[in-house]
Design a protein around this ligand. Structure first.
Ligand SMILES: CCCCCCCCCCC[C@H](O)CC(=O)SCCNC(=O)CCNC(=O)[C@H](O)C(C)(C)COP(=O)(O)OP(=O)(O)OC[C@H]1O[C@@H](n2cnc3c(N)ncnc32)[C@H](O)[C@@H]1OP(=O)(O)O
Length: 725
């Protein structure tokens, strides 16, 4: 393959008159322009050759295709690649050349057919698949729409309601379900895939099997009135669930156009809309997230050294509280045998009970069988001492945030665990060097910071100190992958990456409220921006105990930029500690529904009198845009510090950390990507102005000042970062 080209197709014509065209573009045979143009040439040749009666399309190495080459979108967005004529691929190649050909085509699907891959197969006249293959149109998740005819062919093959479900949720179906839906014509073992597809293609030629043109099918479409009702409902749901995104509604427009005015007009609308969505900011954000998420496992100086992950056969967890039990759940769910250690029988029983409850909730929801529950639970053993730690490969300490307790535990671990054992802490804020102060084995100390609930939340912050060995990081990255987490490797400091970014966010909110802003309006503006909830609702959820413990760490370590508000401590004193006590910034009913509390004013006023803050008329009347800027620009400022200090290796890692750890909206691309979409100059000037009026909490850091003065992107690599890694 030419090093400049991205993938290819090869065609082999058999003695049976079947031309087999294989898509080749590792690792997932994505449909790059090179692959698509090659496919076109192969088709033209196959159609013109007298020795070819029918065509089979398949993918190399057990994968049909993962869809259109997503990097093609980025290149079109950046202007480094020219867009083809609108509809050139979906109409000229896939519809008019392939589907309308006078020779039939059969798709032989192994492994996966996603996005453009499934769309290509739907234009074939039959689809044969191997068991378990994944079939789906996940485009909306990327900010684009199915653009190779999927909005037209899928409803015609599986019916409108199922097609909408598959497209709007981006969730794939397995081949067996695809078969029962009519998407797949036969499911056969891998070894029989090509022979069956060849025979099927010849059977179509001989009219022993039907020659089906998906685009012209109408039997699965509901009557027009009913279709309109279904689409109206889908639009309503989409507006509710994705209020800040345009592309799902644009996709529905293309789909509806095909139903109302016919598939050809539908294809034209799809092509037009498909081209428009590429330049949406939300699409740019989501595509950036796709690659950034996969980039977190590429750590310079660690994953490029040829190290292989060691096998982790057994893990011990210290502490069966909320975090420890969640981590244990995540591990046993991925078949790791786990020892859970507690200090006494009562706590141990409670810890094991929590793990059990986590799994039972899956059984109740039907996502886990009773047998699987028993088998999974059997991987968990309780312990009250360290004797059973003698053959563990990794320990994760998950006790309360108390430095001397953690130091004692790590000193004990060194005595009992084997020499190779990884010693990890789930601390969320404490400097790992302090935790390991009484330990000699510095190279195997690492942070494994999970987010609560640990068996659900997707992020794992892997924290390395100056001494942590590359091997330990590689091992933990592998464990992270196996337990289906997205790992982000960060350097050691108070709060690491996520909590360092989180802290200014809640602090800014407290600052604004003390100066007269309405906390409920702040929460509402932040939710509209796309966060799962506002900062006050979040503090209630986390609980004031945790909020105060975290704040204490920050006040100690970053006093110059900490805004010390007494609102939370004052409420805590009155035994209102958040959702768990049914009172915090909000009041909670039996169903934990939050409602504003008029009494909150009392605490705000008291806190104001302690801090000496005055109500500022400008801040009382902030617009939603101003609220977002005043709460998130301090987060950008902190993210810049984290990046400049080398705590994060790449800005994109901070984007993923913000999305998966803080709930930052993915369609905004993450904190640094979003900041760059606004511009460093503007962010710097706003922070600078606020710092002059309101103090050092808002003071832009040197990195932001430097990049802001030039208007340079914040996400550009840091030269000679003062790396703490
Ligand atoms: C004028 C108009 C202009 C129009 C432009 C042209 C028209 C465009 C129309 C597009 C029509 C089409 O409808 C759009 C699409 O098809 S969009 C793509 C849809 N497909 C997907 O969303 C699938 C995305 N991929 C995945 O979900 C997973 O990668 C997976 C395929 C399930 C495999 O998962 P896993 O085994 O866990 O492996 P990784 O996720 O780690 O991926 C391995 C590497 O492969 C890269 N990858 C995966 N998919 C793609 C892809 N579609 N394009 C490019 N690259 C892909 C991934 O980045 C990993 O790479 P690295 O190893 O380098 O990190």
């Amino acid at each position: 393959m030419d090093s400049r080209t991205k993938g290819k197709t090869v065609m082999e014509v058999g003695g049976d008159g079947v031309a087999v065209i294989t898509l080749i573009n590792p690792p997932v045979n994505s449909l790059s322009f090179d692959v698509l143009y090659n496919l076109k040439s192969n088709y033209e040749e196959a159609l013109s050759r007298n020795d070819v009666k029918a065509i089979v399309i398949t993918g190399a190495k057990g994968k049909f295709s993962g869809g259109f080459d997503i990097s093609g979108f980025s290149e079109i967005q950046k202007g480094t690649m020219k867009e083809p004529k609108v509809g050139f691929i979906s109409i000229d190649i896939i519809t008019d050349l392939l589907e309308a050909a006078r020779k039939p085509s059969v798709a032989a699907i192994d492994g996966l057919a996603l996005g453009g891959g499934l769309e290509l197969s739907m234009a074939c006249h039959a689809r044969i698949s191997t068991p378990g293959a994944q079939l789906g149109l996940p485009e909306l998740q990327l900010g684009v729409i199915p653009g190779f005819g999927g909005t037209q062919r899928l409803p015609r093959l599986v019916g409108l309601t199922k097609a909408l479900e598959m497209i709007l949720t981006s969730k794939p179906v397995r081949a067996e379900e695809g078969h029962s839906l009519g998407l797949i014509d036969a499911v056969v073992p891998s070894a029989e895939l090509l022979t069956t597809a060849r025979r099927w293609a010849l059977d179509i030629v001989e009219r022993r099997k039907p020659w089906i043109t998906s685009l012209l099918k109408t039997d699965k479409l509901p009557p027009l009135g009913e279709a309109r009702e279904i689409l109206k409902f889908a639009r309503g749901q989409t507006r509710k669930q994705a209020p800040n995104m345009k592309h799902p509604l644009m996709c529905l427009d293309a789909l509806e156009m095909g139903i109302v005015s016919g598939p050809r007009v539908g294809l034209e609308k799809e092509a037009e809309v498909g081209s428009q969505v590429i330049s949406l900011d939300t699409t740019k954000g989501l595509i950036h997230v796709f690659f950034s998420q996969r980039g977190t496992v590429k750590v310079p100086g660690v994953t490029d050294r040829g190290l292989m992950p060691r096998k982790i056969k057994k893990v011990a967890i210290i502490g069966g509280g909320l975090m420890g039990s969640g981590i244990a759940t995540a591990l046993i769910l991925s078949n790791y045998p786990v020892i859970l250690k507690e200090v006494n029988e009562k706590f141990l029983e409670a810890g094991i009970g929590r793990v059990k409850a986590n799994l039972q909730s899956r059984v109740r929801k039907g996502s886990m069988s009773k047998e699987k529950f028993e088998k999974t639970m059997s991987l968990l053993k309780g312990s009250l001492d360290y004797e059973s730690f003698r053959d563990v490969d990794m320990v994760i300490e998950a006790v309360i945030e108390n430095i001397s307790l953690k130091q004692q535990i790590f000193a004990d671990l060194e005595k009992y665990c084997p020499q190779h054992c990884i010693l990890a802490s789930n601390t969320s804020t404490i400097d790992l060097n302090k935790i390991g102060e009484r330990t000699k084995s510095q190279d195997r100390i690492v942070g494994a910071h999970f987010f609560s609930p640990a068996h659900v939340m997707p992020l794992l912050e892997i924290v390395r100190t100056n001494h942590t060995s590359a091997q330990v990081i590689v091992d933990l990255l592998d464990v992270g992958k196996k337990i289906k987490k997205t790992p982000v490797v960060v350097g050691n400091c108070t709060g690491f990456a996520v909590n360092r970014m989180f802290f200014p966010y809640t602090q800014a909110a407290m600052f604004l409220v003390e100066r007269g802003a309405d906390p409920y309006l702040i929460d509402s503006a932040v939710s509209k921006f796309g966060m799962p909830m506002g900062p006050f609702r979040l503090c209630d959820l986390v609980g004031f105990g945790v909020a105060i413990a975290t704040a204490t760490q920050f006040i100690e370590n970053f006093p110059e930029r900490t805004y010390k508000s007494m609102i939370i401590p004052l409420m805590q004193e009155d035994k209102r500690a958040g959702e768990a006590t049914r009172k915090g910034f909000y009041l909670y009913d039996d169903k934990r529904k939050a409602k504003p509390d008029p009494e909150l004013k009392k605490y705000i006023e008291k806190a104001r009198s302690i801090s000496g803050a005055n109500v500022d008329p400008k801040l009382v009347k902030l617009s939603e845009k101003e609220i977002i800027e005043m709460t998130f620009f301090p987060v950008v400022n902190e993210a810049c510090r984290v990046f400049a200090e080398g705590i994060a290796v790449k800005a994109a890692d901070l984007d993923i950390a913000a999305i998966m750890g803080m709930g930052f909206p993915p369609y905004r691309g993450g904190i640094m990507f979003w900041a760059d979409s606004i511009g460093s100059k503007y962010i710097y000037s706003r922070l600078d102005e606020w710092s002059k009026t309101y103090g050092d909490f808002f003071k832009p850091c040197a990195f932001l000042a430097e990049r802001g003065s030039k208007g340079a992107p914040l996400s550009a690599p840091v030269e000679q970062a003062r790396s703490r890694l």
